[in-house]
Design a protein around this ligand. Sequence first.
Ligand code: GDP
Length: 220
Amino acid sequence: MEPPDRKVDYMNKSYDLVWKIVLIGNSGVGKTNFLTRYAWDQFTLESRTTIGIDFACRDVVHNDKKIKLQIWDTAGQENFRVLAHLYYSRAVAVVILYDITKHLTFQDVTKCWMKELDEHAKLENPVLMLIGHKSDLRHLRSVSREEGENLAAKFDMIFMEASAQDKTNVEEAFESLVAAISKKQQFLSLHPQPVDTSFKLGPLPNEETQSKKKKKKACC
Ligand code: GDP
């Protein structure tokens, strides 16, 4: 007998999957507009600093599965730091954006955002995507495409240049992300990963004595 389809209920609608995706990057790189362009096809020239945490959703179908993408947006404000662990909790993908016209925002990907992920999202092991944003401003470019590609390759991230303003690669970015998440989940279901016990409490007194004894033997 076929097992019954497991569905997820979300706001009274039924989905096969609900995926949380988070956007990070320096303030002003265009995270909010990247999100509103994808979720609602909206763009604004006014800068809106995100207050706290906000998200928008879009439904997609991939491999005959109905998936709700819940995409979270935040600014790198101080109050966000306190909530950082919640922001990354259960995220299946993280999109890091930088502004191709501002080299500092690119440098901060390594200096700040990769460290932040290492600190807060290691256990989630999300799919990573790097976006060189505002590609419509190519005449003001200060980060070459090659620099972006090299950095992405170094950290095993999907890479694209995109523009929320002229819509370049916004749809495509999320399509690649969905495909990559799906591929990773299929792989993980076939190859379950060992549980990470690095955060486990120390060994019980007996275990400790045993392991010390074993170590001594090995050394001598
Ligand atoms: P956030 O702080 O990262 O959420 O950035 P916002 O989405 O608020 O955008 C900051 C500024 O960049 C606003 O003035 C936007 O209009 C502008 N902006 C966002 N995306 C683009 C884009 O793709 N191209 C251009 N030229 N400007 C953009």
